[in-house]
Design a protein. Structure first.
Length: 392
């Protein structure tokens, strides 16, 4: 296991995209400055050895590698379709995972069926691994359901919108199964921005003190909306675990094989009664934070282009090709499956009803409230005004 010992980098200025403050940003992580991390596949798809983690993927077969590739491709296709649907007015919002497929698929496939997952609102790849129908995710972002799946049916909790709060839920659940003597583990997903939340610090404290079988999986995509990681911490995120008394490790979040290995290691620790682990998957959000965000206002094109060269899907494809683990027929079949998934998702969303515009006024107060009644009436008049304009 390798670690980074350098201090947080200071952003430099150069020609590039303007930030919201009127200054120009530049590409970070120039060649030769990348942090040290656990890596099993280079961006060129070359398999590299790692004495600490090779054993956790030594039994991965070519068929399983193709399965990981398929997972990432289909997850990206679904994500792209959801972004398009939002742009067409079919969804209220969408949080893309573009660029983070390896972190999610690698960690998601490391889980056993009896493990329990606490996601944020971007874990579409993990949801895929847990067997959640993609259309259920889109129903939530369309406003026609509150999640659409039974959390206990897939051991996959509903999406959590409040930043960082799911880590407390995960810690409490892990403490509970430990008391029950269950041979299973819990994993909580969050981002680099959430790592600054008090809920996450409390989760670290309780999980360490009670030796909870939980893995904290932080996808460090380097931007908390428009705020870079170096504005939030002076040390690498994985090192925060040291202050709470449990190990942390940084893994190449664009390397699906390394994410699989490191997560298996962390889950094994949890099941063996060794307590929590913090995994920092160092990756990059290639798209916007959500579809309401414009990353060109704060992020340089050079930075995005540098990370596109480390694309997690292209990396595994190169490895499959150079290792003779597949052929063009596999890629052609997968392309057809990908397009079929896109059509199914699009048709399912367009067949969904429009959300109930007045549901927002329900369940605000247990016994009702005059102000809410007044606001409902005002909104009803506002809605009716569009019908009147159409009639004229």
């Amino acid at each position: 296991m390798t670690v980074e010992s350098t201090a947080a980098r200071k952003p430099r200025r150069s020609a590039g995209t303007k930030s919201t403050a009127g200054k120009r940003t530049t590409a970070r992580n120039a060649p030769g400055t990348e942090p040290e991390l656990v890596q099993l596949l280079t961006p060129e798809g070359e398999r590299v050895k790692n004495a600490a983690y090779d054993k956790y993927v030594s039994g991965v077969t070519p068929e399983e590698l193709r399965g990981l590739y398929r997972d990432m491709v289909l997850t990206r296709r679904f994500d792209a379709e959801a972004t398009s649907l939002q742009r067409q007015g079919e969804l209220g919002l969408w949080a893309s995972l573009l660029g983070q497929e390896a972190a999610q698929i690698g960690s998601g496939r490391a889980l056993r069926d009896d493990d329990y997952v606490f996601p944020t609102y971007r874990e579409h790849g993990v949801a895929w691994c847990r067997g959640v129908d993609p259309t259920n995710l889109l129903g939530m972002f369309r406003g026609v359901n509150n999640g659409g799946w039974d959390p206990n049916g897939n051991n996959f909790h509903l999406y959590t919108i409040v930043i960082g709060s799911q880590t407390l839920h995960a810690t409490g659940y892990a403490m509970g199964i430990a008391k029950d003597g269950a041979d299973s583990a819990v994993i909580a997903y969050f981002g680099d921005g959430a790592s600054s939340q008090g809920d996450v610090a409390e989760s670290f404290t309780f999980s360490a003190v009670y030796n909870a079988p939980v893995v904290f999986f932080c996808q460090n995509n380097q931007w908390a909306i428009s705020e870079p990681t170096e504005k939030q911490t002076r040390v690498p995120l994985y090192q925060r675990a040291q202050g709470f008394g449990f190990p942390g490790v940084r893994v190449d979040g664009n390397d699906v094989l390394a994410c699989l290995a490191v997560t298996r290691w962390a889950l094994e620790r949890a099941r063996n009664g060794e307590g929590p682990t913090l995994v920092e998957a160092y990756t990059y959000r290639m798209g916007a934070h959500t579809t309401s965000d414009d990353p060109t206002k704060y992020r340089a094109d050079e930075e995005r282009e540098a990370w596109e060269a480390k694309d997690p899907i292209l990396r595994l494809r190169r490895h499959l090709e150079t290792s003779n683990h597949t052929d063009e027929g596999f890629f052609a079949e997968l392309e057809a499956e990908s397009e079929a998934l896109g059509r199914r998702v699009r048709e399912a969303v367009r067949a969904m009803p429009d959300p109930d515009h007045f549901a927002i006024f329900e369940n605000v107060y247990a016994d009702g409230h005059a102000l809410v009644d007044e606001e409902r009436a005002q909104f009803a008049a506002y809605q009716a005004s569009f019908a009147d304009e159409g009639g004229n």
